[in-house]
Design a protein around this ligand. Structure first.
Ligand code: MOS
Length: 694
């Protein structure tokens, strides 16, 4: 086939952009059907105990209320793998906000009034929601992230630390954090005879279908799960959530289409949160700056019903060369909602602690913070001893320093004053692993000269449709506008979720493979194409980290400039700049948005986002956007995202690494380090709100 300019890397505009900005893109709750009902859950008002009685009379008397489901009358479910989905099956209350009833009504308004009228009696027990370093129930789990040992040790880290010439021994705290995607979790379910169709706001509908089949005892072939447009997820939609289970229960109970759209205030209790992390970081170094010992020990919490461990000590296994090291996770089961994934689970809080400690070490050494990272650059992955498939952290640091104007910085803290403002700048490194999952895809050459690519990818706002069309056009050697793409339905070839920054690599690999096979089939074909075209399918295996001879990670460097108001304690970020080494960047426009979005979320983590567990009520006190402050436009300065064009042959046919998460990773530490440089004060607990700064 004649060579055509590659579509890969071009800043192609997102294909669904017009639909989104004109409001014609339909989301999961926006699926009107004749006779559709609306259901609203009732959250538990105790933190631990059991329901002893549900009085539904007043709720059923509300005009428009059709049914109230409780553990007495709700459809029975098979035991799920994920205990958080076992809703309305028994009277136990494992945490405040757990759903104990569901009101189904003609309108959302009637459902809300009905839900408020449900009277629930409880047998409340004492609860414990307070995480401490010394909690007696703390234990070291076997694994973190479902794959890695929770503890790893090399050499004699304590002894080596004790005898190091320069030492930093510091503690950091990151509070619970909440995922608040623009679109709260929602599902609409209905039956067509024996066939169940569900529209849900999910990062991966293949797994939602499998879960519903298991829970409701249905064959997968009778279920279609659609996630056509999804308004963000950040991990909280990476697994099915109770809304989809309740929608299917309610449609089964009533025989009518039902929408469950969770009010934002209900999200923190039922869609996972970033668990709080207590960090102790010890860094021992020689006087030339080279690390002798790295110890990163993390204590976090999980719920009583599900073990999830925020793997915050993981990045210390990747970042710096040191002959002695310990990384350790401890977890405390509490009467709290089940934590789960939130953008860069592990790396985001872990690198806040490690990269803040590296800045403290640079101060102790009298070394430039960029240089202290450069001198500790490893030639192999420190923990595994594997060679890196590619690692250009030093290049990111150097390029970032050049673009940021780092060399003009006076290293002395508190040295730059503008009236009541103290101004400073900081740097931090970032890393995120390369993950690739098995996927399938189909490509079809059509008689009209076009190509149709089908894959159950999910576009959670990232531009997945657009990038996959580029991958296909590149593999087919045709212009981008000849490729049509279908994503977002479990009726399409099965594909993994949009998570772990692995979507594009996983889906793209199978799309690339299907298109390559189709090209071969077309080369062998003579005469006109049959009416339904010529198809080719691919089933790609992905790559498991444990089997690979390579350590594969993306890297980046973050630079921040802040102004701290000495009167009000307010921290304003003036500039953020990130430089990334993440393989081949497949779409310059959507990639930039991903990086900038991650950095914006990191800015929120640094300055405004934080949740607290109310010890008396056993509840998060910041449940909605009035109390949980995500950055507004006025908080976000000009953010620059740049990248180094990295050629890594050990990844996938596109040569790409994931880019969805790394933008958040180094941003909080870069901002915290800038606040220290501005003021001379080292704050070790996020967020850096005015009360802490003053
Ligand atoms: Mo991401 S936290 O893997 O959706």
């Amino acid at each position: 086939m004649a060579s055509v300019p590659t579509a890969l890397g071009a800043p192609a505009e997102r294909r669904e952009g017009l639909e989104k900005v004109t409001g014609t893109a339909r989301y999961a709750a926006e699926q009107p059907r004749p006779g559709r009902l609306h259901a609203r859950p009732v959250p538990a008002a105790i933190a631990r105990g059991r329901v002893t009685g549900v009085d539904t009379a007043a709720a059923l008397a509300v005009p428009g209320v059709r049914a109230v489901l409780t553990h007495d009358n709700a459809p029975r479910l098979a035991e799920p793998d994920d205990p958080t989905l076992s809703v309305l099956q028994n009277p136990q209350v494992p945490h405040r906000g757990w759903f104990v009833a569901l009101v189904v009504a003609d309108t959302p308004e009637a459902a809300r009034v009905g839900a408020a009228a449900v009277r629930i009696a409880y047998d409340a027990q004492d609860h414990d929601v307070t995480l401490t370093d010394t909690h007696p129930d703390a234990y070291v789990p076997e694994e973190v992230g479902g794959e890695y040992p929770a503890r790893a040790e090399h050499g004699e880290p304590e002894e080596a630390f004790g005898s190091s010439a320069v030492r930093v021994d510091v503690a950091y705290r990151v509070p619970p954090l909440h995922n608040h995607p623009m679109e709260p979790h929602a599902s609409t379910a209905h039956w067509d005879g024996e066939r169940l169709t569900v529209h849900t706001s999910s990062q991966g509908s293949t797994v939602v279908r499998a879960t519903l089949a298991e829970l409701f005892g249905l064959p997968e072939e009778r279920i279609t799960v659609v996630a056509e447009h999804v308004g963000g997820g950040f991990g909280s939609k990476g697994t099915p959530r109770p809304d989809v289970v309740l929608a299917v229960m309610a449609t089964r109970h009533t025989g009518r289409p039902v929408t469950v759209a969770l009010p934002r205030r209900m999200l923190p209790a039922v869609v996972g949160h970033r668990a709080p992390t207590l960090h102790r970081v010890r860094l021992g170094a020689q006087s030339d700056g080279r690390l002798t010992s790295v110890l990163h020990e993390v204590t976090t919490h999980t719920s009583r019903i599900k073990e999830f461990v925020e793997q915050a000590a993981m990045p210390a296994r990747v970042m710096y060369a040191a002959p002695h090291s310990r990384t350790l996770h401890r977890v405390v089961p509490l009467d709290v909602p089940s934590p789960s994934w939130m953008r860069a689970p592990g790396e985001a809080p872990g690198m806040y602690a490690l990269e803040s400690a590296m800045d403290e070490l640079a101060g102790e050494l009298g070394l430039d913070p960029v240089e202290v990272r450069v001198v500790n650059e490893p030639d192999r992955e420190p923990d595994s001893g594997k060679p890196f498939s590619s690692r250009h952290l030093v290049e990111c640091l150097r390029e970032g320093a050049r673009r940021f104007g780092w060399s003009a910085r006076d290293p002395r803290p508190g040295s730059r004053r503008e009236g009541p403002l103290l101004v400073g700048s900081g740097v931090a490194a970032a890393t995120y692993p390369v993950q690739v999952s098995p996927s399938t895809a189909e490509a079809r050459a059509l008689p009209d000269g076009g190509f149709l690519v089908r894959v159950n990818a999910t576009d959670i706002g990232t531009g997945a449709r657009t990038v996959l069309a580029q991958v296909a056009a590149d593999a087919l050697g045709v212009p981008l506008d000849r490729v049509r793409i279908e994503v977002g339905s479990s009726d399409l070839p099965a594909a993994p979720l949009a998570g772990g920054s692995s979507g594009t690599a996983s889906w793209g690999w199978s799309v690339h493979e299907a298109c390559t096979r189709l090209t071969e089939a077309l080369a062998a074909h003579t005469g006109p194409l049959p009416g339904d075209g010529i198809p080719a399918r691919a089933d790609t295996a992905g790559t498991a980290d444990a089997d690979s001879p390579w350590a594969r990670h993306a890297f980046g460097a973050h630079f921040a400039e802040v102004a701290v108001d000495t009167v009000t304690g307010e921290v304003r970020v003036r500039r953020l700049l990130g430089v990334y080494a993440a393989g081949h960047i497949l779409n310059a426009r959507t990639a930039r948005s991903q990086f900038v979005g991650g950095m914006t979320m990191g800015l929120g983590m640094a300055l405004t986002e934080g949740s607290t567990m109310d010890a008396a009520f056993g509840d998060f006190t910041e449940a909605d956007l009035a109390a949980y402050h995500v950055p507004a436009h006025a908080d976000v300065p000009e953010i620059e995202a740049h990248w180094i064009d990295e050629h890594d042959p050990h990844l996938n046919p596109m040569g790409s690494k994931g880019i969805g998460e790394i933008g958040i990773v180094g941003t909080p530490a870069a901002i915290g380090n800038a606040v220290h440089h501005a003021t001379g004060a080292r704050l070790r607990e996020l967020p850096l709100t005015p009360d802490r700064v003053l």
